[in-house]
Design a protein around this ligand. Structure first.
Ligand SMILES: Cc1ncc(COP(=O)(O)O)c(C=O)c1O
Length: 427
């Protein structure tokens, strides 16, 4: 294998697909004794060949020496870079359709670092609601102590609500960021990314500063949604979910243009929020099967959603492909998403008692929070993940006591249906 091959993204002028590139892109076996797979570089630091090299590597890292198009900054210290991290990041960038990707110790580490990199005291964050609880706490409870304010809009209320919230935000200060999560957890409400981008252009200040559009793409992951293609500036993902895919690691990613990612990279190096080499190595295995797993889960999810939709003890199924033709989210779903994915919610006829009865009777499906793993997980948002939210907000978002969230894994969907069927008999 030559250097050309491991850097090549096309063959005969045709682009190679991400699932093909996951087997080798970014890794040169010749640099590691011919090892087919990247070894684990479990080291904190790297030996320089010369003092001059050390000087040059630091100059590149700190931005004093511009890099050539194919030049790497050189390995210095594993808080800044590491071969496992670099190969993983090259591959994550492919999935995210990005110039540059960075890997973090968790989804929250990715989100926090992006926010710390871009927001300053006096700024206002324009934010969709609901977003993941950890991100909500960070913006609402922690950033507010640093003079950064938040103005939210409910995803269910559409683009008009986003625009009205922007007016309110402008009156409070400079809009420093538009932060959105789409589809929103747990009811799969959608935010129109292109509309958020158009708004961000309108909010640009006279000095040319435009609030970046940051999109949390955890729920569909990079196989089924590419927020950067629709106007997002930075996409953040909890790699703990679909990308890791086996419920056995915690990691996060952020991707965007090289220019957008530079302040994030510097902030990550300072905070020390990077991913460790071993988890990066595990994630490279995950990436090889990402598309296979996501497609299998989505096929299974459709079967399970159809079963639930037709069951007399189930009232509503919030599955994206079931959106009525005249629903305002329908065109957004068709434009923005390649699939309904495999995490969705449904309401059991009754309330909390009936929902708990169903959850407690499940035998194959596990009762646990989180999503995107090979195994199917079910949970009760109102009593668990969203229990910190005030009751009126829960009601507004449709997070009722009867609501159950389910993340379909790669089991045989007939077995999952069998399990739900027997559990529903006892409700
Ligand atoms: C949509 C979303 N974003 C971000 C996160 C945070 O990710 P992590 O748990 O990897 O920090 C989660 C975790 O559940 C999530 O569901």
């Amino acid at each position: 294998m030559t250097e050309k091959t491991w850097r090549k993204r096309t063959l005969g002028g045709k682009p190679l697909r991400p699932e093909t590139l996951m087997m080798g892109y970014g890794y040169d076996p010749a640099l590691s004794e011919g090892s087919l797979k990247p070894p684990l570089f479990s080291t904190s630091t790297f030996v320089f060949k010369s003092a001059e090299d050390g000087k040059n590597f630091f100059a590149a890292l700190q931005g004093r020496r511009p890099l050539g198009p194919n030049e790497e900054p050189g390995l210095v210290y594993s808080r800044f870079n590491n071969p496992n991290l670099e190969v993983l990041e090259d591959r994550l960038a492919i999935w995210d359709h990005a110039e540059s990707a960075l890997a973090f110790a968790s989804g929250m580490a990715a989100i926090s670092t992006v926010l710390w990199a871009y927001l300053r005291p006096g700024d206002v964050v324009l934010q969709s609601q609901p977003i993941y609880g950890g991100a909500e706490t960070l913006i609402d409870k922690i950033l507010s102590e640093f003079g950064i304010r938040q103005v939210g809009f409910f995803v269910e209320d559409g683009v008009e609500a986003m625009r009205e919230a922007a007016e309110q935000a402008k009156n409070l200060g400079r809009v420093g960021m538009i932060y959105i999560e789409t589809p929103a957890n747990p009811t799969n409400g959608l935010v129109d990314i292109a509309a958020a981008r158009a708004l961000s252009e309108e909010l640009a200040t006279s000095d040319g500063r435009r609030p970046p559009v940051v999109v949390d793409n955890t729920m569909l992951g990079p196989v089924f949604s590419s927020p950067l293609d629709h106007g997002g500036d930075i996409v953040v993902t909890s790699l703990t979910k679909y990308v890791g895919g086996h419920s056995d690691l915690i990691a996060g990613g952020a991707s965007g243009s090289k220019a957008m990612m530079l302040p994030v990279r510097r902030m990550r190096s300072t905070l020390g929020a990077m991913l460790d080499p071993h988890t990066a190595w595990l994630l490279m295995r995950s990436l090889e099967t990402l598309k296979l797993r996501m497609e299998a889960s989505a096929r299974g999810a459709l079967r399970v959603a159809e079963f639930l939709r037709d069951h007399p003890k189930i009232d509503n199924v919030w599955f994206l492909d079931f959106l009525p033709k005249d629903h305002p989210d329908r065109p957004v779903h068709e434009r923005q998403n390649q699939s309904a994915g495999s995490t969705f919610s449904f309401e059991v006829a009754g309330g909390e008692k009936e929902a708990f009865a169903l959850l407690d009777r499940l035998q194959v499906i596990k009762l646990a929070v989180s999503l995107g793993g090979t195994e199917t997980l079910a949970s009760h948002p109102a009593a668990m993940t969203h229990s910190g939210m005030p009751a009126p907000e829960l009601k507004k978002l449709g997070i009722t006591p009867a609501l159950i969230r389910i993340s379909i894994g790669v089991e045989d969907p007939d077995d999952l249906i069998l399990d739900l069927k027997q559990a529903l008999e006892g409700v």
